[in-house]
Design a protein around this ligand. Structure first.
Ligand code: FPP
Length: 242
């Protein structure tokens, strides 16, 4: 399967995924929602491992949004514990697989232990270049643009930047994603057709794919099929076809 996908020209370099449906997956089985998140975490590994075969250089995943704090205290605590454990357990394998991991989102609200694990993982994998995995944690698109605007305003206030130099390119340099190309394709699982504040600025010209599969059931094979469909699409970035 991987071979076929590789033969497709013009596949996406950067795929972003909204991993939705963990809770429903668990509820359907009469199990606690957290079990669904654990099953979802296992799929993360599968997708990361599939990326090189599919020619995907950048994978960005939505792990926790700025709105997810509204969930029950026990679900939030369980998710935070899962992120800590994920980093502790996966660091070696990610490194060995040549994965460079980075995080986007506001770290200020996250606990110190988690932030230190995130910092260490970023540093430890900083020399890797095979796959760039970006994990959005306490991330919201509006929050990101707001924080970027604050930093930009501060630079103007300090006289290091003129307001006349503020254009889209300058603003993008203040975003959490400044090290990333824009996503070519955004996938959302679980049948919801919303973007839920994910990569609002960066996805201006992205293709979207909404699939019914719940995230813990999403396989590398389904991922491959979506990528293969993408290869047949034409992106015009606002221009007309030639
Ligand atoms: C959405 O499903 C999913 C989340 C809020 C958490 C995503 C987290 C993971 C997949 C866990 C692992 C991630 C990493 C990076 C280790 P939902 O709970 O909203 O599902 P529902 O819509 O069915 O309730």
């Amino acid at each position: 399967m991987a071979k076929d996908i590789n033969e497709i020209q013009g596949g996406p370099d950067h795929v972003a995924i909204i991993m939705d449906g963990n809770g429903r997956w668990a509820t359907q089985r009469g199990r606690p929602r957290l079990l669904g998140h654990h099953a979802g975490a296992r799929r993360v590994r599968e997708m990361v491992e599939a990326c090189p075969d599919f020619g995907v250089k950048y994978l960005t995943i939505f792990a926790f949004s700025t709105e997810n704090w509204k969930r029950t205290q026990s679900e939030v605590a369980g998710l935070m514990k899962l992120f800590r454990r994920y980093i502790e357990r996966e660091t070696k394998a990610l490194f060995k697989d040549g994965v460079r991991v980075r995080f986007i989102g506001d770290r200020q609200k996250l606990d110190d232990k988690l932030v230190s694990l995130m910092d260490n993982l970023e540093l430890y994998t900083s020399g890797n270049d095979k796959v760039h995995l970006t994990i959005a944690l306490n991330y919201g698109g509006r929050d990101e643009v707001t924080r970027a605007a604050q930093r930009l305003a501060f630079e103007v206030e300090q006289g290091r930047l003129s307001h006349k130099d503020v254009d889209a390119e300058t603003l993008a340099k203040f975003l959490d994603t400044r090290f990333l190309p824009d996503p070519d394709l955004v996938i959302r699982t679980s049948g919801e057709a919303r973007i839920s504040n994910f990569l609002l600025w960066q996805s201006a010209y992205a293709e979207y794919e909404f699939v019914d599969t719940l995230w813990p059931d999403f396989t590398a094979e389904e991922f491959g099929k979506i990528l293969s469909n993408y290869g047949n699409r034409e992106r015009r970035f606002g221009a007309v076809s030639v």
